[in-house]
Design a protein around this ligand. Structure first.
Ligand code: ASP
Length: 317
């Protein structure tokens, strides 16, 4: 496992072999929890030690923060949480980079962080000498989300290789989309996207990715549909976007009409938060092909598996 005691900032940091090892351990944790209601007994004696994980969240989070915390507690790790920056020294003028450097200087065994300022935070994270997990960095990457998405695809479709994954929505501002593109391609899936002109990504990573301007054609192509929220908090000048939510909904929302053209064994995913009626209709959220809450459940096991590998924790199968 090349991730042991290394930074995990991008899905480009993991090999296919590492991903498979993470998925196998995630599946073991999930099965064991479902059968016995615990996973800590799988950890080999003396391999846990007194390890402490620091969670540093500058940006809002529901699923990622609590699933990391829950996963750490299920493993038997200790957790330090700083997720309210209004009571941190950032209020006194400390930069996000210095906040990260100081949290790391206390020498937790693992630092898990989410930040909205790409450059300052990125520079600080990259220079850290302790293991670190990117839990969402600006519009750049959200690698653990992509891991749990791919794990969920594998769980329901049986494989990731050969799947046709369609990303729909605000691809331009989505860190989830960037991380997924790299990971899914590495695992042998085809990726395409459907987005209005305003939300089409501009950087070279996306240049050769198929774009569907029309929703219905895209849905027919896909075996997996992943909805993406409009990232309004990242639209610096709302007016420059020039696209209203109503306009987006009319042309890009996945609703009952689209599901009629979607394959019966297909799966619908969304990283959350879902803005009901905008990316997916209420009807879609109740369709048996929709696995949004399964993604959330899987996030706990995938994050537990990743943390255990990064901390060198040994697990018996
Ligand atoms: N929860 C995901 C993220 O933090 C997706 C979103 O917020 O729309 O990037």
């Amino acid at each position: 496992m090349s991730l042991v005691k290394k930074p995990f900032l991008s899905t480009a940091d993991v090999s296919k072999e590492d991903v498979i090892a993470i998925f196998d351990r995630s599946a073991l944790f999930k099965k064991e929890f479902e059968e016995k209601g615990r996973i800590d007994h799988l950890i080999k004696p003396n391999s846990l030690g007194q390890k402490v994980v620091t969670l540093l969240f500058q940006e809002p989070s529901t699923r990622t923060r609590t699933s990391f915390q829950l996963a750490a507690l299920r493993l038997g790790l200790r957790v330090v949480l700083l997720d309210n920056m209004s009571i941190s020294s950032m209020q006194k003028g400390e930069t996000v980079g210095d906040t990260i450097r100081n949290a790391a200087a206390m020498q937790p065994d693992l630092l898990i962080g989410r930040f909205n300022e790409d450059l300052d935070a990125e520079e600080a994270i990259k220079a850290l000498e302790i293991p670190v997990i990117n839990a969402g960095l600006g519009a750049k990457e959200h690698p653990t989300q992509a891991l749990l998405d791919a794990f969920t695809i594998r769980e329901y479709r049986g494989q990731v290789e050969g799947e046709r994954v369609l990303l729909v929505g605000d691809v331009l501002h989505s860190r989830v989309a960037n991380s997924n593109l790299k990971l899914l391609r590495n695992l042998g899936a085809e990726v395409a996207y459907c987005a209005p002109e305003e939300f089409r990504p501009k950087d070279s990573l996306w240049q050769d990715v198929q774009h569907f301007p029309h929703r219905d054609e895209a849905v027919q192509w896909a075996s997996v549909i992943m909805g993406l929220r409009i990232q309004t908090e990242r639209h610096k000048d709302e007016r420059s976007i020039g696209l209203t939510v109503a306009n987006f909904r009319d042309r890009y929302r996945i609703g009952g009409d689209q599901l009629n053209h979607f394959r019966e064994d297909g799966i619908l995913l969304h990283p959350g938060p879902v803005i009901r009626g905008v990316e997916f209709s209420n009807y879609v959220l109740q369709d048996p092909r929709c696995h949004v809450l399964d993604q959330v459940t899987n996030g706990v096991y995938v994050r537990a598996a990743l943390m255990s590998f990064m901390l060198g924790i040994e697990v018996s199968s």
